[in-house]
Design a binder for this molecule. Structure first.
Ligand code: AMP
Length: 529
């Protein structure tokens, strides 16, 4: 097996790492930076740009520049989160036939998986260029709180660009792996991960090379973007008050304001005051208008304090689930770019009653952990470290009257499997339908529908006689697999699976074929022979 890599596929930035000897190291991108904007842009002539080149021309080409695709992947067009997000995106979303999301850019429709595949492919090329060898295998990280659809969609994105996924692992677990591996620590660790789009908290126990996740909790719609949006909302309001003009209707202005607020937010992590200065933000009959505002740190902190408080409520839940008192935590690790904000550091410190661990680069540690796990899996160094992760959501089935029966409880160590017996309710019934969902509500409709499984071709028999054992299994990637066995005959029971979202195998094959024709570069073009 050749070189393997670890990829942190972030909402705003991505990062790729490998193992240099026995130390994880970051692979710089083609421009020499350690992190790459998770941005894809399509030019008028149909070319795609990825990373910094895409980001640079976002202002002049906002409707064809796709960012934050991780917020869309594996989600439904009609979900509340997407409804809230849509109005603020300069690019257009369209509903797919199965209710998934499609992105319209340069006159074509793309699935979020295809956009993510372009980012993954760029990172793969960076690694191939840096290491001088072809890369086929990777460990990719996802937020711990990603559900089954989001994980499967991420895996599909890798398949599209020809990357074999050795494992999907959770970002906080990857961070703790890199941290624990370097420091040879033992004890209880809390990983607080506030990235560009998502928040995760994970409580782990580390002992003798075993990384045992006790609980995880999170919010896939809480991250740096929300901090930017608060500042952006304020600027738009102020401008409207002063000039009576709603800049949110102007895509170009919106993109410029988005960039400026993100920059100002970062500056406020180091400076106590900053200025947002956007000349010629719009034209009126009487001339051009400029947007100029001074913002100080405490004002920005007041605008966003409730977002940090929300993250701490989630920490409370994770600690309860782990049955760990916060005083017992030996180390707090901060991950994700947004954790650089002083208010976040301060409130996390107050919450846990101890300062967070130092000498950690929150942008790089996740990719490093992924690289470590890639090497552990590919070289089968199982005795070196053992990762025991958990499933973030309960898995269960719909019962009569729209109820929900949990089969595998949240925070169960994965892989996990559970078998349930099903039978027929009518004489000579040939099919049984099982609706599988993920979530915590007692009502099926409040949870995420994963798929319906139909046990078909059941031998004719009186009601209640056939016994079919159905095994639900969450694999090490956190993805559901279902199998069934007819107990009477011992035969494997046939199942028809109708996933509630995502790409069907034939759709994925079609996209892979298209990719091979339109995007894939031959090895000699990449300098690999
Ligand atoms: P990640 O997904 O971990 O790459 O985190 C990216 C998020 O971190 C983005 O929302 C950035 O704006 C934010 N970020 C990066 N650096 C800083 C900083 N110095 N202060 C505040 N937020 C930051």
């Amino acid at each position: 097996m050749g070189e393997v890599i670890g990829i942190d596929l972030g909402t705003t930035f991505s990062c790729v790492a490998y193992l240099n000897g026995d130390t994880p190291a970051i692979i710089p991108n083609l421009e020499g930076s350690n992190t790459t904007p998770s941005v894809v842009s399509f030019t008028a002539d149909g070319q795609s740009l990825v990373g910094m080149p895409a980001w640079r021309q976002a202002v002049i080409n906002p409707e064809n520049t796709i960012y934050s695709v991780k917020r869309l992947i594996g989600r439904k067009f009609n979900s509340q989160e997407i409804k809230n997000l849509k109005s603020r995106l300069p690019y257009k979303l369209v509903e797919a036939a199965n209710g998934d999301i499609l992105i319209e850019a340069a006159g074509k429709l793309y699935t979020p998986q295809e956009i993510s595949a372009l980012i993954l492919n760029y990172l793969k090329e960076c690694a191939e260029n840096f290491l001088g060898t072809r890369i086929e295998d990777a460990v990719i990280t996802v937020p711990a709180y990603f559900d089954d659809h989001q994980r499967q969609a991420t895996k599909d994105a890798a398949t599209i660009c020809g990357l074999n996924v050795l494992r999907i692992i959770n970002e906080p677990t990857a961070a703790s792996l890199a941290y624990g591996f370097n420091n040879r620590k033992s004890g209880l660790i809390a990983v607080y991960d506030l990235g560009g789009g998502t928040f995760d908290i994970t409580v782990l126990e580390l002992q003798d090379g075993v990384f045992h996740v006790l609980s995880t909790a999170g919010d896939t719609f809480l991250g740096g973007d929300d901090f930017d949006n608060r500042l952006m909302g304020w600027l738009l309001e102020e401008f409207q008050k002063e000039h009576g003009i709603d800049l949110s209707q102007d895509r170009y202005a919106l993109q410029r304001i988005k960039e400026a607020t993100e920059k100002a937010k970062r500056e406020l992590s180091f400076a106590v005051e900053t200025e947002i200065n956007l000349p010629f933000i719009c034209a009126t009959d009487t001339g051009s208008l400029h947007l100029r505002k001074r913002v100080n740190r405490s004002f920005f902190e007041n605008l966003t304090r409730d977002l940090v408080e929300r993250s701490l409520q989630i920490c409370e839940r994770a600690l309860n689930d782990a049955r760990v008192k916060k005083e017992k935590i030996d180390e707090v690790i901060l991950v994700g770019g947004q954790s650089r904000m002083p208010l976040v550091k301060q409130m996390v410190q107050e919450f846990f009653g101890r300062p967070p661990a130092v000498r950690i680069n929150p942008d790089e540690i996740v990719a490093m952990g992924a690289a470590l796990q890639a090497v552990i899996l590919s070289r089968e160094i199982k005795d070196m470290v053992l990762l025991l992760d958990v499933t973030p959501f309960s898995l269960g089935i719909e019962t009569e009257n729209g109820g929900f029966q949990k089969i595998i409880e949240r925070n169960t160590t994965i892989p996990a499997r559970k078998t349930m017996a099903f039978t027929t309710v009518e004489h000579n019934q040939r099919r049984v339908r099982i609706h599988v969902l993920q979530g915590e509500s007692d009502r099926a409709q409040d949870n995420v529908s994963l798929a319906t499984f139909e046990l078909v071709g059941i031998d004719p028999a009186p009601a209640g006689v056939p016994q079919i054992d159905v095994t639900f299994e969450i694999d090490a990637d956190g993805i559901l697999k279902v199998s069934a066995r007819d107990v009477g005959t011992g035969r494997e029971q046939k199942i028809e699976i109708k996933p509630s979202a995502g790409l069907l195998p034939e759709q994925l094959d079609e996209i892979v074929d298209k990719w091979k024709k339109e995007v894939k570069k031959p090895d000699d073009e990449k300098g690999l022979l």
